[in-house]
Structure formats: structure tokens, C-alpha cells
Design a protein around this ligand. Sequence first.
Ligand code: GDP
Length: 430
Amino acid sequence: MDVDTIFALSSGRPPAAIALVRVSGPLAGPALRQLAGRLPAPRRASYAWLKDPASGLVLDRALVVWFPGPATATGEDCAELHLHGSRAVVAAVEDVLAGLPGLRAAEAGEFTRRAFLNGRIDLAEAEGLADLLEAETELQRRAALAMAGGSFSRLIDAWRERLLRLSAQVEAALDFSDEDDVDDGRTSECVVKCGALAGEISEWLVRPRAEVLREGLRVVLAGPPNAGKSTLFNVLVGSEAAITAASPGTTRDVLVRSVALDGIPFCFVDTAGLREDSAGEVEAVGIARARTEAAGADVVLWLGGKGEGPVGVPVWEVTAQCDRPDRVGKVGAHFLLSALTGEGVAGLRAALVAHARGAMPVPGEVALNARQHEHLASVRSALEAATSLFDPVLVAECLRSARSGLDRLMGQTGTEDMLDTLFGRFCIGK
Ligand code: GDP
């Protein structure tokens, strides 16, 4: 199959001190030779005058590097052009590259996609890389680096090996039972090992997930109108983000703000007041959304009557506006605070941070995303199913299904759609 040679600006948008243009594909070498007049020694940076091969016009004086494949980032022949980072230089070089036969501009994530297709990285590493490029907080960076560095991939490889050994053991038991119609103990031993592996996988499945790292701990402020939600929300997010007013029902929809407290990502959500007898239709929509938000919360700060908050989610009872003499604190409320005077706010913040620390992945450890979690859960189910079986034929089938779950997890089998979505997250040039 003919593979296009692709090129793209891989560094940030010009103007910049340096602009890095990468070229990958079978014609990367000839392209570099045409521009630089020669092919430099592999993997050594060298200076070259870059010229338009058609007109002989000098484009730039650049540092160029030649990486012959397959031991390259993409697994293909690659060239790097470290140009002066002006728009005009980048545009001139890109124009010349686009004019060379067999070369075309890369699509978003195409370099990484090629790295994946050529086996240079697996799907988990590619996902880690996408997260690393999007990382905004220290916790996100460390988790993404762990995933991109292959520590999870190595664990999966080890699990796959164990599954293969178990399969071999069951196949042996199968041969045996064909002859004598008895199990020599190999199947039952294998079933015990399946249970042990399922247990190990379970430990991974209960760990905090990557989403909470990206989206932050979701804290929803809920309660009746005028309870003080918007005022407290503003104090917590540290800005005048929400509209506050004395008339009930001002926060018609939900307001979402992402902030980091002590370096931990939080997502605070201010909701419309929960009122059964709401007046307007718009407010009714807001209230419906408030209920949905509360249902998806990691923590609900409930500013209403004690025990009247949403069910099925962790609810922290809050008595707000405690500076008002007419306010009677809820009996046994976790938090008694005033957004106006600041009383109790630091305590609430500290409690949220402490809670979030427990709900976030351990710094530097791999955290599973939804897709990885789903496939790993299917592997565990297959292994658990095996533990209740005695027939080696059925156990072998469960093991096959567990192995195919691991293959899907690592992208050895998967759909194009999923790959399009993943690599679409990358920018052009990555
Ligand atoms: P929401 O409808 O629950 O969002 O309530 P708001 O935050 O809009 O507050 C309703 C009213 O109570 C506004 O007039 C606020 O100024 C006032 N308020 C909010 N928090 C406090 C507080 O801690 N102390 C006092 N004294 N008033 C507050």
C-alpha cells in the first residue's frame, strides 16, 4: 500500500524563536535532500541552507535532522526542520514541501496515529500522550506521563501472559479429559488463578478514574431559592461569577466554574433553587437541570432543610448565612458558615480539599479512563464467569473472551471510529 509522506508544523503557532516542521513517510529522505541539498548523517543535527528545488531560492538557514525508520517516533523515515519561527519562513517551507510529489499536509494527530499503526506506541500510550498534551494541573501531568510512559501497558502485557499460561493449562486439561473424562485438577487450579487475577483487576477498577482528574471533583451547590447558594459559589470560586439577588429564582440555569484548590481540580456548579411551587417555565427548566446536576455530583453542598437533599449522592449538610440572627442552624449540620463574613468557609474548603485528595488518583499513578475501565471490567467479568465453571471447554472460552478484552483495551482490535475520536484530540503536527 502506498503511504503518503506527511508534513506539518509541530511547534506552536508563529511567530516564535524556532519553528519545527516535521516530515514523515517514505519520501521524507528525498524531500530533505531536495531542500537541504544533501542527506545529513542520521540522528545528528546539522546546519543547512534550505532552498526551493524548483527555483533555487533560499528559504532559510536551518538546523536539520534526519531520522531513518523504523526506529523513529512514527516508525517511518522522518525529517525535522528547525526553522526561524516567522510566519513567512514557515509558509515558504510548507509551500515547497506541498509542491513535492507524494507529500501532503498532515491531518490532526496523524503522526501519532502512524506511531500507533506502526506499533511504536499502543493505544493506552497514545491516550496518555493526548492527556499529557492537554494537562493543565500537576496531578494531570503526572498521571498522563505514567500512562504515556507505558507502565500500564507493561501491566497489561503481564496479565496477557498470565492469561496465555492459564489457557495453555486448560487446553492441557481438555486433552486429558477427552481421554479419561476426568479432570486431573488442572482446571480447578486454573479457576482459582482466574479468581486471583479477577481480584487484581478489581483493585484497578475501584481506583479513582482519569475523568475526575480532568474534570475536577464535581461539587454541586443545591437548595431552595435564596438559601445563599450563588453567594457561597462566588466565594468558593473566588470571583463574582454568579448573579446574586435578593429575589428568589435568579440563578435560572446552572453555572459551572473549574478552579484548582491546593492544586486539586474542582468543578463547582451553582444550580437554580429547588422549589416545588416554582413560577416561570424558565425556572422550571433550571430546577430540572439542578436535579440532574445534583444526581451527577461527587459532593452536593445542601443548603436546604436537613435530610431534604438529593438521595443517592454524597450530601454535605450546610447551614449558610449563619451571621443572620434569624437563621437557625440545622441540627448536626456538617458546616455552619457565612459567605458574607467568611466564617466557616475556610473549614469547608479544607474539608473539600481533603475529600478530593482521597477521590483523586495517587500522584504519579496511572488512572483509567472510561474506555479502559469498560474493557477491563469486561475482562474481569469473563474471569469471574470462569470461576463458577468446572467444564474446561467453558473455562477456555472465558479465557479467550478475557484475552480479547485485553486486545480491545490495547487497541489490537478496535473500531476506526474510536481511533478517529482519539487522534482527533491531537493537534496538527502531533
Ligand atoms: P440563592 O438563591 O440560593 O443563590 O441565594 P443568593 O446567593 O442569591 O442569596 C440570597 C440573598 O441572601 C442575597 O441577598 C444575598 O446577599 C444574601 N446572602 C447570601 N449569603 C449570605 C450570608 O452569608 N449572610 C447574609 N447575611 N446574607 C447572605
